[in-house]
Design a binder for this molecule. Structure first.
Ligand SMILES: *Cc1c(COP(=O)(O)O)cnc(C)c1O
Length: 381
């Protein structure tokens, strides 16, 4: 009998400990983890450097509140700014909170109310971020939602053109829709949205909660597209498992988030900052990112080679180590069977297998996972 609200359909696994790509259950069974805590433990579980940074910080200072200057926040912010198009950072504790901050900042800066988002998007579960999310199943039973959101067709520039008017504050999108099915934005679409935003003085918000911190082989996913967003939101991979979120915004926005305008008790907590700086120092290194790209290309190539002739498999897509396999039917059973066999992967909607290994995954681990996935897809055929 559980005393928890049953908000999650949980797997029948209790994890005792984890290292790198391997989870060990309380019953001793080992799993190859190609979920990384849903794109969170990007450096692998219990990465030594991050563990050490947090351990050392626990002995020095846990929390003081944002009434104080916190040098670690400055350090993380400087790093995020150096690797993005932004100039200022606001810290919070999750992806939803980062998007919440983005919605507030966009409204405050522009004085306008409408935010354009997309069908199949996912931006979080708080009222604002849920209202931004273009999926009915996530809204169900919670209405009325926050007003003034429109859900447009992803990869359809004319839907954006048609929705632009003088009341639009911002367009908000993921460059690869994660929860919605691992749907990469087409370059012409992403660039087109940026151009429309510039033309109409509308802010461009890129939700990098899943695609950020090296997941796609660049510091941030938008950097594959030669665009310069006004606001970027980050969370999942930022603390390698320590809860932390951030909004990165451009210079012009600085006055809209002046003293007293927005805040968070825990945002930028020293423990979270210690985890974040240790994570970023590794994950944003050029050589590390080059390996992510290389391993991602290898994963896709291996999947295409081994699954190319399987009629059940329609498409392999993604960037870096964020990969989806679109299938011709439900993938729930395949993912469940693989879990029994010791490989953990995710779904993104009913027909897409989603693969998000730690960015530190080895080629041998990729080979093993691909072989298991190929076998499972063949059996399903
Ligand atoms: C996971 C996710 C969120 C929500 O993050 P939380 O930390 O769960 O609030 C928002 N946007 C995207 C793209 C995500 O993948």
């Amino acid at each position: 009998m559980s005393s928890l609200f049953p908000t999650y359909a949980r797997w029948n696994i209790e994890v005792d400990q984890a290292k790198g790509t391997i989870l060990t259950a309380t019953n001793g069974k080992e799993y190859l983890d190609f979920t990384a805590g849903i794109a969170v433990c990007n450096l692998g579980h219990c990465h030594e450097t991050v563990v050490k940074a947090v351990q050392e910080q626990t002995e020095k200072l846990w929390h003081v509140s944002n009434l104080f200057h916190i040098p670690l926040q400055e350090e993380v912010a400087t790093k995020l700014v150096a690797h993005s198009d932004g100039n200022y950072v606001f810290f919070c504790n999750s992806g939803a909170e980062a998007n919440e901050a983005a919605i507030k900042l966009a409204r405050k800066y522009t004085g306008k109310t409408k935010i354009l988002t997309f069908k199949q998007s996912f931006h979080g579960r708080t009222f604002g971020s849920m209202s931004a999310t273009g999926q009915e199943k996530i809204h169900e039973g919670f209405g009325p939602l926050l007003q003034e959101f429109s859900y447009l067709e992803y990869n359809n520039l004319s839907s954006v053109k048609a929705a632009m008017d003088e009341n639009v504050a911002a367009v908000m999108l993921e460059v690869i829709q994660g929860e919605g099915g691992v749907n990469p934005g087409e370059a012409s679409f992403i660039k087109g949205v940026e151009a429309l935003c510039k033309e109409q003085d509308v802010l461009l918000i890129i939700d990098e909660v899943q695609t950020g911190v090296g997941r796609t082989g660049k510091p941030f996913g938008y950097q594959h597209y030669d665009i310069s967003p006004d606001i970027i939101t980050v969370a999942k991979g930022l603390g390698n498992g320590f809860p932390v979120g951030a909004l990165i915004g451009k210079e012009k926005l600085v006055e809209a988030f002046g003293p007293g305008s927005h805040g968070s008790t825990f945002g930028g907590n020293p423990l979270a900052m210690a985890a974040a700086i240790a994570t970023l120092n590794i994950a944003l290194e050029d050589s590390f990112l080059a390996e992510v790209s290389e391993k991602g290309a290898y994963l896709v190539q291996q999947l295409e080679e081994k699954l190319g002739n399987v009629p059940f498999v329609k498409e392999v897509r993604g960037k870096g180590l964020m990969v989806g396999i679109e299938c011709d039917g439900s993938v729930g059973d395949i993912v469940g069977d693989l879990r029994e066999q010791g490989l953990l992967i995710l779904v993104a909607g009913p027909t897409v297998i989603r693969i998000l290994p730690p960015l530190t995954v080895t080629k041998e681990e990729i080979d093993k996972a691909v072989e298991m996935i190929a076998k499972a897809c063949l059996v399903t055929n």
